[in-house]
Design a protein around this ligand. Structure first.
Ligand SMILES: [Fe+2]
Ligand SMILES: [Fe+2]
Length: 338
């Protein structure tokens, strides 16, 4: 019998020899390599698409009016684990109540005065606010203001899909009742807080108001900062101070005027949104020139560094899969030697 004949015989039985070349060989050094590319999505294109969808797409037709950031090689996803879409809600519209196994978050970029209700607690939405809708929490959105509101929807859809655990449930009514007293989450997870006797959700619903976030960034701008990220803040899990979610980390960073960071690489995927200012990010052999509103992705294990060449500060909001990789022992980070 020849080796080819053996391979064919095994293949007919749905078996594959490790030697056959159809599986990754381990006979050489291998570095992590993402199939996803660095990509820049211009705000002008995202926003124009949303404004056209505003007229063409109703919330009766589509559960959510969102435009997805689809990586050129990503089958509709921005990265293989975490994803970002941009949503527009017109005045008086209700995005119906549902819950799902996806962990999700909203970062408000335009408009204000709408609200998201999560597990019976109402969170008012203003630009720069981050609102968490952890997995399996009921959530709905209502725009009671006189102007459109636009926010980023971050979630772990690609991961949940790959794990084949997508699960969705409709609430049955358009909106859930608001039962929690105002600012419940803030009081429940403040510095003086009650003991939690019944933990319903490992990652709790929460809102990080922009004023607080910006105050911290502005104050820490007087410190040295991080050589790779400028002044970077993690949004701490309100319960335990760890990563924002078990599957998604949320971060915000300020690149000060004329700040250029050193390059590093890490095994987490990151999707950025330029909330304020303008700058450039080198990723591998690509240079992404971004300005306010643009979104861009930095795939795993690619060398990257940021630069703000302007006289004004620049602020980047980002989401990443670092908590997931850390929990599983797959997170590595290294500086680029100069
Ligand atoms: Fe949802
Ligand atoms: Fe980085």
């Amino acid at each position: 019998m020849t080796l080819d004949e053996l391979n064919r015989e095994l293949a007919a039985l749905h078996l594959v020899g490790f030697w056959s070349g159809n599986v990754t060989g381990f006979e050489q050094d291998i570095e992590p390599k993402s199939a996803f590319e660095p990509h820049l999505w211009k705000w002008q294109h995202i926003h124009e698409g949303l404004l056209k969808a505003r007229e063409l797409v109703s919330l009766e037709m589509s559960e959510r009016r969102t435009v997805r950031l689809a990586n050129p090689v990503g089958a509709g996803w921005a990265t293989p684990t975490v994803h970002m879409s941009v949503q527009l809600v017109r005045p008086a519209e209700i995005a119906k109540a549902h819950r799902h196994s996806l962990t999700a978050l909203r970062f408000v970029v335009r408009g204000g005065g709408a609200h998201t209700t999560v597990e019976g607690e109402r969170f008012v939405m203003s630009p720069g606010d981050l609102i968490l809708t952890p997995n399996w929490t009921w959530h709905d959105h209502y725009n009671g203001s006189a102007e459109d509101i636009v926010w980023l929807d971050g979630h772990d859809g690609p991961l949940v899909k790959a794990l084949e655990v997508i699960r969705v449930e409709m609430f049955g009514r358009k909106q859930q009742p608001v039962e929690a007293p105002p600012d419940l989450a803030i009081h429940r997870y403040g510095r003086a807080r009650p003991y939690e006797k019944n933990v319903n959700f490992p990652d709790p619903p929460f809102k990080y108001p922009w004023e607080e976030t910006y105050r911290a960034l502005a104050a820490l701008a007087a410190t040295k900062g991080d050589p790779y990220d400028g002044v970077l803040l993690r949004y701490a899990n309100p319960r335990n101070g760890g990563p924002t979610f078990r599957t998604i980390g949320c971060e915000i960073q300020m690149l000060r005027s004329r700040e250029k960071t050193k390059q590093h690489r890490h095994s987490s995927h990151t999707i950025y949104h330029a909330f304020r200012g303008a700058g450039r990010t080198e990723v591998g052999d690509r240079v992404l020139e971004w300005s306010a509103g643009d979104c861009f992705s930095v795939p795993s294990w690619q060398w990257h560094g940021h630069e703000n060449a302007s006289a004004d500060e620049a602020i980047l909001f980002s989401i990443n899969d670092r908590p997931l990789k850390e929990a599983l022992g797959f997170y590595w980070e290294e500086p680029r030697s100069e």
